[in-house]
Ligand binder design. Sequence first.
Ligand SMILES: C[S@@+](CC[C@H](N)C(=O)[O-])C[C@H]1O[C@@H](n2cnc3c(N)ncnc32)[C@H](O)[C@@H]1O
Length: 279
Amino acid sequence: MTTTIQSPATNPNQALWEKGDFTRLAATMRVSGEALVHDTGIRAGDKVLDLGCGDGTTALPAARLGASVLGIDIARNLVDAGNRRAAEERLTNCRFQHGDAWHLAGIADNSFDWVVSIFGAMFAPRPVDVAKEMVRVTRPGGRIVMGNWIPGDPTLIAQILKIAAAYSPPPPEGFISPVRWGIEADVRERFAAAGIPNEKVHCVRDTYVFDYAGPPADFLAVFRDYYGPTMNAFAAAEASGRQADLQRELENLFASQNTSKDKGRTVIPATFLRVTVEV
Ligand SMILES: C[S@@+](CC[C@H](N)C(=O)[O-])C[C@H]1O[C@@H](n2cnc3c(N)ncnc32)[C@H](O)[C@@H]1O
């Protein structure tokens, strides 16, 4: 099969993530990213693919443990940011490149001990192809670890995505919602299509904590100005004259989710589905 990655002009997924600057949000997620990596059992010398890696919230901690890490992301600005962060830390065992999770062009079969994708591959189109690609590039005996937001969950990101969708135009025909990766039955079905039996797929609920050095309204502004899905929702709400409603709804959400007693800080725990697949 010859497939080339579409340009941002024709690849809405790439345009969405290059539009904002996810590094602003990633900066609030570092502690949970590092804890998750330590919890996986990744060790020095392991080969790790971080898919939908952003600027390296999980890739860098894996490299600091001594693993050999490749980060792949659809957004070129995030690939550049990841390479800059790795260079600043002199992590020569960590590099980032552009690519699409549903078609890992140039990546050989059985290349990695681990494929990690934390809130990354869930946003790619063609979820069955994504599962097949993750399985293809993992060596037999290796592991896939995914973190996926859960539809309808009452915590922050699931609620932001739900609210954003309510203010956005209906998605194009055939669009498959990313949060279906947060439904256990869908996860099992997708990996079954990739040849992984049910008993090799393990799902648990876990928590990521967002920690922002400012009040909830300022943290919301980061989402409004830099997070692709909320940027699009605000643009659509403005076009339909509902921007103030969206702002109010999200302000209430951020204030109600904040667990910090310090007025100058926002701490928000968010639930996700953690999937581990034995390949
Ligand atoms: C919510 S961010 C998470 C980034 C990172 N994993 C982290 O934990 O900070 C989602 C990431 O998935 C990337 N992404 C979205 N669609 C993708 C695709 N089709 N292939 C590769 N990466 C993709 C985005 O560019 C973005 O970096």
